[in-house]
Design a protein around this ligand. Structure first.
Ligand SMILES: Cc1cc2nc3c(=O)[nH]c(=O)nc-3n(C[C@H](O)[C@H](O)[C@H](O)COP(=O)(O)OP(=O)(O)OC[C@H]3O[C@@H](n4cnc5c(N)ncnc54)[C@H](O)[C@@H]3O)c2cc1C
Length: 262
């Protein structure tokens, strides 16, 4: 059980960031679904709900998603259903249940860089950037690699390109974490293959993506790219599946993903 000593309803991002960094045990609250599973003793819990960070907005170039946006909003938003073959709504629709998705937030998910995350795998296939309060704007790929020190995730920015994307995953049961998840996107022949829940966090299979982007897109080349992805990325074992099992299903999910986006 978590315990919270003080509660702070932040009035500005600046104030939230300042409180966050005042003490080691001060934390930001997203939907608090993940936080409450632990036993953290929180000094001050910082609530961002007054900061207007719950939005999905489209401008000429990008789609921007505020940190406090819930997965249910991702799932039901009409712009997100329209762009990228609806890969973002598809990536969250299997996560636990609707009541749960009404609570969990984009900001917490992206900031925490969960290895099992379905949403992050899909997002990484879309050339997305993140905006952190202190660190500023960086690519999601870079953020997933290096993380950030006690920062605040403000929003996610996705360029409105012609990328078509597909999402696939393997679960033991519908409400469990994925054993593996895969997103493949295609922008006029330029392919991006992302594999997550390895069980480590989502990563682009770069060699396979480059190989396939330059190929003539034959069936043999699809098979080869799927094999390459399963060989260049590392996999591990946990209670959900062994390293070998993950590697084997990686090939299948990547192949399906490529075929879908072609
Ligand atoms: C039981 C359970 C099952 C789940 N199953 C799946 C699944 O199958 N697939 C999947 O992809 N995901 C799954 N998740 C993860 C879920 O989808 C969310 O990613 C996760 O719960 C985090 O969202 P939250 O709003 O609950 O975060 P919180 O619990 O509020 O916060 C998590 C962490 O992020 C920090 N944080 C929150 N907001 C910000 C911010 N804006 N900036 C910086 N730091 C911030 C908090 O301080 C905390 O450290 C599961 C989670 C739970 C609890």
């Amino acid at each position: 059980m978590i315990t919270i000593k003080n509660y702070a309803l932040a009035n500005t991002l600046e104030e939230a960031y300042k409180i966050l960094n005042e003490k080691r045990n001060n934390v930001i609250l997203g939907g608090a679904a993940f936080l409450r599973m632990g036993s953290k003793k929180i000094e001050t819990a910082i609530d961002l709900s007054k900061l207007h960070l719950k939005y999905i907005e489209e401008n000429e170039e990008d789609i921007e998603i505020g940190a406090m946006t819930t997965f249910r909003e991702i799932e039901t938003n009409s712009a997100l259903k329209k762009y990228f073959n609806g890969v973002l709504p598809k990536s969250v629709e299997n996560i636990v249940g609707i009541q749960f998705r009404n609570v969990v937030t984009v900001g917490a998910t992206v900031y925490s860089r969960y290895g099992f995350s379905d949403f992050l795998t899909a997002l990484l296939s879309l050339d997305a950037d993140v905006l952190l309060y202190n660190e500023g704007r960086i690519s999601l790929e870079e953020y997933l690699e290096k993380g950030a020190r006690k920062d605040l995730l403000v929003k996610v920015i996705i360029p409105k390109t012609s990328r078509k994307a597909a999402f696939g995953m393997m679960r033991n049961s519908s409400s469990d974490y994925a054993i593996l998840n895969v997103a493949v996107s295609n922008k006029e022949g330029d392919l991006k293959i992302v594999v997550g829940a390895r069980p480590n966090r989502g990563k682009i299979a770069k060699e396979a993506s480059i190989y396939f982007s330059k190929s003539s897109k034959s069936m043999d080349e699809i098979e080869k790219a799927a094999l390459m992805a399963s060989e260049e990325l590392s996999f591990g074992s946990n209670m959900r599946g062994s390293k070998e099992y993950r590697q084997a299903i990686c090939k299948v999910l990547v192949k399906r993903g490529i075929m879908e986006v072609l």
